[in-house]
Design a protein around this ligand. Structure first.
Ligand code: FMN
Length: 308
């Protein structure tokens, strides 16, 4: 898949940026293993982001990216920070990246924005994106409306830049499926939650391992901010609020700080345990390198068996 040449990496696998979660240990482990590690900016101050970039650069010479969260409270300064720090690659999500494109492209940064539909894919291509990432609604965390199977080929047909498939990639077979649908690589988020180097609380990891395939649901859709999470007491309450027609303020008051409650404090009942739909595959904690190698072995095996 083309992504390896484009990013100068060994395997066509990007580790999705995850707010509060994808910190230097995970990023370095993924990049050292031959994928593209992606540093989170969501949930971090500019100083912390700068420090984290320095930590990654000290730990590895391999390529990595910074995930610019467009809803960051200091987005203007963050957009400049990645330029000042000489970051080579950025992914971006959570908003419209177009206002920042010129600056980034002029500075030589290679931009891989998240797109949710054909129209946006065409716009980022025109603005100079190196590639675009289409994330299907199978994904964990904040999601769009369209699913991978239905939409990915349409995006691939609509643009000439490489398209990366995110959402729903938990085995190598799904990487092959993404390739068949036209993708040049994949972005994996949830599966890396079970990486040894992923800094979330052990309770979060165990909750994912013990959950059933049917345990994810989407909250917040009625307020236009759908988030895929694993069900627990918090989601029961959030769904109840939405069903009762509660105001956004009431909803936000209950959801506020929930990501941190799960990821840092290990409260899997009242925290937000975000995950994609691949719970059926989550059975153990492994080093990031092993996750990448497993995915690639499964991919090669699936490809060989198809060609038999
Ligand atoms: C816990 C969690 C946090 C996430 N945070 C972000 C984020 O801050 N910025 C972003 O662009 N995407 C974010 N994502 C999306 C991932 O980068 C990735 O696209 C997605 O997880 C892929 O789908 P999958 O979960 O099915 O692998 C997050 C996903 C998860 C599971």
């Amino acid at each position: 898949m083309e992504l390896t040449n484009l990013l100068n990496i060994d395997y066509p696998i990007i580790q999705g940026g995850m707010a509060n979660i994808s910190t230097p240990d995970l990023v370095v482990a993924v990049s050292q293993a031959g994928g593209l590690g992606v540093l989170a900016t969501g949930g971090f101050s500019l100083e912390e982001i700068r420090e984290n970039i320095h930590r990654i650069k000290q730990a590895t010479d391999k390529p990595f990216a910074v995930n610019v969260v467009l809803l960051h409270p200091q987005i203007q300064d963050l957009a400049q920070l990645v330029i000042d720090e000489g970051v080579d690659y950025i992914t971006c999500g959570g908003g419209n990246p177009l206002p920042y494109f010129d600056r980034w492209v002029k500075a030589g940064i290679k931009v891989l924005p998240l797109v949710g539909n054909v129209k946006m894919a065409k716009k980022v291509q025109e603005a100079g994106a190196l590639a675009c990432i289409f994330e299907g609604a199978e994904a964990g965390g904040h999601i769009g409306a369209l699913n991978t199977m239905a939409e990915l080929p349409a995006i691939c047909d609509a643009v000439d830049i490489p398209v990366i498939s995110a959402g729903g990639i938990y085995t190598g077979r799904q990487i092959l499926a993404a390739e068949v649908l036209g993708a040049q690589g994949v972005q994996v988020g949830s599966r890396f939650l079970l990486a040894e180097e992923c800094p979330i609380h052990i309770n979060y990891k165990n909750y994912l391992i013990n959950a059933l395939d049917s345990d994810t649901l989407v909250t917040g859709a009625s307020f236009g901010h759908p988030v895929r999470v694993v069900k627990n007491r918090l989601t029961d309450q959030l769904q109840k609020l939405e069903a009762e027609g509660a105001s956004q303020e009431e909803f936000d008051a209950m959801a506020r700080g929930a990501g941190n409650r799960a990821a840092s404090l290990g409260d899997t009942e009242w925290g937000s345990v975000m995950s994609g739909q691949g719970l059926a595959y989550f059975d153990k904690i492994q080093p990031a390198r092993e996750i990448i190698l497993d995915l690639m072995d499964q991919y090669k095996e699936a490809k060989a068996s198809l060609l038999k």
